[in-house]
Structure formats: structure tokens, C-alpha cells
Design a protein around this ligand. Sequence first.
Ligand code: ADP
Ligand code: MG
Length: 620
Amino acid sequence: MALLQISEPGMSAAPHQHRLAVGIDLGTTNSLVATVKSGSAVCLPDEKGRKTLPSVVRYGSGGEIEVGADALKAQKIDPQNTVSSAKRLIGRTLADLQQASHYLPYRFGENERVIELHTRQGAKTPIEVSAEILKTLKNRAEASLGGALVGAVITVPAYFDDAQRQATKDAARLAGLNVLRLLNEPTAAAIAYGLDNASEGTFVVYDLGGGTFDVSVLQLTKGLFEVKATGGNSALGGDDFDHRLFCHLLEQNKLSQLNEQDSQLLLALTRSAKEALTTETSTAVRATLSDGKIVDTVITRQEFHNLTQHLVLKTIEPVKQALKDAGISKADVNGVIMVGGSTRMLHVQQTVGTFFGQTPLNNLNPDEVVALGAAMQADVLAGNKADGEWLLLDVTPLSLGLETYGGLAEKVIPRNSTLPTSRAQEFTTFKDGQTAMTIHVVQGERELVSDCRSLAKFTLRGIPPMAAGAARIRVTFQVDADGLLSVSAQEQSTGVQAQIEVKPSYGLDDDTITQMLKDGMSNAAEDMAARARAEAAVEAESLLGAIEAALALDSDLLSADELSAIQADTAALQSRLQNGNAEEIRAAVSALGRSTDNFAAKRMNRNIKRALAGQSVDNI
Ligand code: ADP
Ligand code: MG
């Protein structure tokens, strides 16, 4: 598949001209922007010399929008208008949040498709909040580099799904940024360490940030990273270490009820103390509270480690799980990369080092490493490198999938999957005794096959005749590093197999892809309706088929009235199938279901009697 982003017309760089491109780590707690200057990646500071930007946005009473440290300071006094951790909400719906364990202080809107937070400046989506952070970083970069950016590589957690990735892209677009590519955070960290220059290897990326812990297992083959497994704990991070130390201080100073101002002060001092303990062996927390009481406590590094070691140990379980999911053991790991500000803590490094039996890679700044790797990737994609060096990471520009019954497109490999990639999904037969299955491979984002691009068709024959739904046909999609797609299908019980190779990028230029993406978005509602109708129709046809078969065998069980009721409901459903919408078809299916309930019960009785006929009670 062509590297689409860099082959856009006008994008090939004149040899002497350096194109301004940045990498952005859009973090839950902190965000950063980096660029490549004279061959090496550096993070860009703001005018006060600060590199990290707290990912906090405040909607002020005068219509102003504050982003970063000032917004963070105001959070305690103005929680409903100050949004932090928008990354936890982006690309999510209210329904997704019901499962989240975190308490969130916001006033949520009723919108079911996208989360809205009510602020004094109106309803804001997490996309808009993230856009403010990205805008701030874009402005910082343009001021510092002295020109307009060609584009940005933005990092996302490896576990982000399509909706979360799309929402992140939308945020970038709102911020006026051209997204060269989204890059997985652990991959960015690995690139920053230059691991992509090695030919092969298995790496673990251990990322302990402010409020989240993520672990990923990366497999590098021929300069291409594949995420083998991810895991973590979305409610564990540096904040928990702050909290533990804070509670310790309260106990030591016999403090119970603190007012808001005092607790905020003490929490800020606690965090500074925690951070100081990575370089000092002891530190003091000193403060005068609003009632004149004096807090003066010395904490040693050893004490702090004792207080929080249980939190460090909590990260090891997900690490073990990720190794297990990737099917590897500790001994297979060629390197462990430390990412996230919290991995600065020495007991974190020691514990991880002991677990893996090797010293983790930590010579780059752990809170900068993701942004640095993204910047290096942006530099390549913007065309600042010689041609030969471009073949690093590539993605599928559109989803690949196949046609299922009712003309629906089922996505197997989602758009933007990093190559090479492979996915398998199981399908089944629709009809009793079906012995062949046609696999129709399609490409696109739309719900209906007729709106997608058809790539290839092949037939799997020799499926043993079975009842509808009993056959298990495993269809595997595989896209290699060159974008060559091969699809194979195998019936699981007999092993009969068929396969085909296709070249999916054939003839699709950027404009077509952009248009298809646009269509996919603007037609989402329409597509959902069409999909719902097609699904209802599949259900209806299967019920009609079943009833026809049952009547042929057992209609003698029915009274004349019962039979005519079933026939009337059957006719009603058939006419709904011609011209009804999804809801009408479903209603007719339910009606027919009800009128045949009794018939089904009678048939069951008859079948049981037949089965039991001639058998003695002992055999049952
Ligand atoms: P995220 O990826 O969640 O946006 P970061 O990687 O920026 O977060 O990590 C932020 C966390 O790192 C905070 O909890 C902060 O206190 C912690 N941190 C930063 N520097 C240090 C340090 N020197 N020692 C201990 N913790 C630190
Ligand atoms: Mg991070």
C-alpha cells in the first residue's frame, strides 16, 4: 500500500527545504510537542521554559479559555468548568462511562452518540476539549519554529479503538492540524529508542503516567512494529502515590478535616516531595495551614518506598497477563522501555528490573519519550528524509471486510491498522445443508456492501451438509508489509480450505479515500438505518423459511383457525419485507412469532413422542 500521506501532490520536499512537522503526545495528565532539529528530536518548551502542558482546559467566565498549568490550578475552585483527563472520554458514549469506575465531577448532557459536558460556555465534547490542548501545542510549535506546520503525528494508546482514534483525528482537525498519522504510544517510545533500526526483537513498553498504567508487548520484524498484546490498569498512576503520601502526612500531623485550600496546598507539596525523592534520599514537607497549625515532616525515600511499594507491585499482574496474551515468557523479552513520569521513581525501576531480570531502558526522559518518537516519525512522513528511509510503518487506509447475509459489510481489519496485520473471524452458514459459501471481500467504511468497493470474490466448497448455523468457517485476512491482502477460509470441522490474493490499494487515490471517509461519516445515521433494516430482513427470512418447512411437515397439528392466523401473519410479514422499515419488520416478526408459539410447542411434543416411541423408560 502506498504511503498515502507522503505521496500527496506537492508533498515531496525540495532537497534543501526542511518541512516543519511535529510529534504530539496527547496525554491524559500531560501533553507535549516535539520536533526534529538538525537530526535529533527535542521537546519544545513554552515561553516560560516548561515542556509539559497539563492536559487541563478551563472555560472562564469572561469567555476566555485557559489551557495548562493555570487551568490546573483553578480546577479545585471551578471543577465543573475545568476539564481534565478528556482522554478518558474521547470517542466514548455515556453508555461506555457507566462501566467506568472513576467519579467525574462534570454535568453530562443527554446526547447518546457523543459525550457532552455542560460548562458556562455551553456544551463541550471531549473532542473540543482535546482540540484546545492541540491548538495550544500547535501555536507553541509555530511560534518556536517560526512557520506553519506541514503536519503532526499524534500518539494514541495502543488499545484505542476506531472511534477513539477517529475522535482524536477530529480533535486535530478542529485544531487546524494536518494529521500525518496516528501512532501508537508504545511504538513511538520504541522509535525514540532507535529500536526500529534493529532487525528483530520483542520489546515490552511499561508506561506509568499520572492516572493510568499501560503495558504493551511489541514485536519488531524488518523495521515494522506489531502490537502483540496490551494490558494495564486505567485507575492506577502517579496520583495514587501522591494520595498515599498525603494520607501519611495527615496521620503524622494528626490532621483530620482539612478545608479545600489547605488540602490543595498539602497535595501540591506532597507531589513535589514525591518527585524530589527520585533524586534526594529525604525531603521535608513544610506548610502553615489556615488555622495557624504548622506541618513539618521529613520523609525519607525508604519510607516513601515502603508506603507505596504495594502500588508498584499492582503493575506486575497486568505485565504478566500481557506476556501471557502475547504467548511469550520473560526470557523472550529483548528490552524493556520505561515510559511516563512515574517511572522516574526508583522503586518502580527496581521492581520492573528485578521482574524481567534486566535493566530497563531509561536513558531518555520518560515523560518525553513518546513525543520524541512521534517527532521522528513526523519528520520521516513530512518527507525530510531520503526516499529509501520511508518504509517504516504503514497502515490500511480503509477497512477491509466481507459481505455477510443481507448485503451487509462486516469489517475484519479496521482502517488504520498498522501493517503487516492479520485477523480472523468466524462465520457460519445461513441455510440447512449449505455446502458452499461465497466470500466477497470488500473495502470501505460504509455499512452496506453496495456502498463499499468490491475487491474479490471466491467460493469455499465442500462444506459438509449441516444445519444452518452449525458450520464454523474461519476467515483469515492477512495484509503483508507491502499491502498485499490474502484471504483464506477454512471450515473448522473438516479443514476444507480456499484462498485468494488481492491487491486492495489498486486504483484508490487519496481523493477517493477522503471522499469515502467523508461519506462514511456523513451517512452514518442513514447507514445504521439500512443496516438495522437488513438485519431485520435476515431474521424475517429465516423465520419465514422455518415456518414454511414446519407447515409442510406438521400442519395437521393445527386447527383451521390457528392455520389461518399463521397464514395471515406470514402474509403480513412478507408484505413488510417488501416495503417496511426495520421497526415494522421486527414488529411483524414478533407477531408471527407469537402466533406460532403454540404450533412450536405442539411440534416439540410430537417430536419428543416420536423420539421416545419404542424405548423403555430405563433408557431415558
Ligand atoms: P500521562 O501520560 O498520564 O499524561 P505523564 O507521563 O506526564 O502522564 O506522568 C505524570 C506523572 O508523573 C505525575 O503523576 C507526576 O507526578 C509523575 N512524575 C513526574 N516527574 C516525577 C518524578 N521526578 N518522580 C516521580 N513522579 C514523577
Ligand atoms: Mg503518557
